[in-house]
Write a protein that binds this ligand. Structure first.
Ligand code: C2E
Ligand code: MG
Ligand code: MG
Ligand code: MG
Length: 286
């Protein structure tokens, strides 16, 4: 009996794997078509100064709504494109769109763009990235590339070279999801970067959990000493924003300041934002 049940389980398991493979192959085909048909979009989420809530830049986030599948999270389709070997095509499409949008913003605002870990293993990433910027006409100094610790550690020497080349060209590097990676702090010395983004997991726990508060405090102190800028990700409430500001965190990002929005809505947001700022300044002046 147990043998039969065992065999039955194996059959079910295999069927599930086969089903899963069909699903991901469908998803892959739909995603490839979406790229070709220009149906993958990019949205933008503001990154603000915690001292005065002024917008400093936007993070570009990939968005895809399929006619049949509906909303598919980038946390699903980005890894799929990585596995199936077309993340470079997807990423180039997204960067071109994001850079195009950034050209319509005030020139002191930066564009933050997520680079895939797979792209950090490909030596042609530098030239591909820079050629997109020059064809769109975006100053490399306005671009920040978000990478994760894990991505750098996976292919340390190629990744370091790509990062150095891009920084030489004026591009800034941000360490995304900081605190969640597998790397030791010591290994962070092996490459240079400009900014650290504290992961949302710490931010959402900061008001209730003293340990998270201490970790965030330590990250901010370390970054000050290393001359790195700090952004807190995933700020959802005024209490979190105030607390992070009190801890000396310079920048914040999260639903409290603005959800990711498409290029047109982002321009409207900026317009309102600058009107508000001007109004505040006048109130202060007169
Ligand atoms: P990430 O780079 O860490 O991006 C931040 C994620 O947190 C985004 O999820 C954003 O919508 C979400 N978020 C921002 N503020 C809040 C908040 O206050 N509360 C909560 N609960 N969430 C918040 P999203 O857009 O689903 O993206 C997920 C991940 O997918 C990103 O994490 C990034 O790793 C990846 N990704 C997104 N777009 C791209 C892309 O164009 N290229 C690559 N390579 N990866 C991308
Ligand atoms: Mg990011
Ligand atoms: Mg992040
Ligand atoms: Mg993340």
């Amino acid at each position: 009996r147990s043998k039969r049940r065992g065999r039955g389980q194996v059959t079910v398991y295999t069927r599930e794997i086969a089903q899963e493979m069909r699903r991901s192959t469908q998803l892959e085909q739909a995603l490839r078509n979406a790229i070709i048909n220009d149906a993958v979009d990019v949205h933008f989420q503001p990154i603000v100064s915690l001292a005065d809530q002024q917008v400093l830049g936007f993070e570009a986030l990939a968005r895809w709504i399929d006619a049949d599948l509906g909303f598919v999270s980038p946390a699903v389709f980005v890894p799929l494109a990585e596995e199936r070997g077309f993340i470079d095509t997807l990423s180039e499409t997204l960067l071109r769109k994001a850079a195009d949008a950034a050209l319509t913003w005030p020139r002191d605002l930066f564009l933050s763009f997520n680079l895939s870990s797979v792209q950090l293993t490909d030596p042609s990433t530098t030239s591909r990235t820079l050629s997109i910027l020059s064809s769109v006409g975006l100053d490399p100094a306005r671009l920040e590339l978000e990478i994760t610790e894990t991505a750098v550690m996976a292919s340390a020497s190629t990744a370091s070279r790509i990062i150095e080349e891009l920084r030489q060209a004026g591009v800034k590097i941000s360490l995304d999801d900081f605190g969640t990676g597998q790397s030791s702090l010591g290994r962070l010395r092996e490459f240079t970067f400009d900014k650290v983004k504290i992961d949302r997991a710490f931010v959402s726990a900061i008001t209730t959990d003293r340990t998270s508060e201490h970790i965030v405090k330590a990250i901010i102190t370390m970054c000050d000493g290393l001359n790195l800028k700090v952004v807190a990700e995933g700020i959802e409430t005024e209490v979190e924003a105030e607390m992070l500001r009190g801890l000396g965190c310079a920048m914040g990002q999260g639903y409290y300041f603005g959800k990711p929005a498409d290029a047109a809505a982002t321009l409207r947001y900026l317009y309102r934002h600058y009107q508000d700022l001007t109004a505040t300044r006048h109130r202060g002046q007169f």
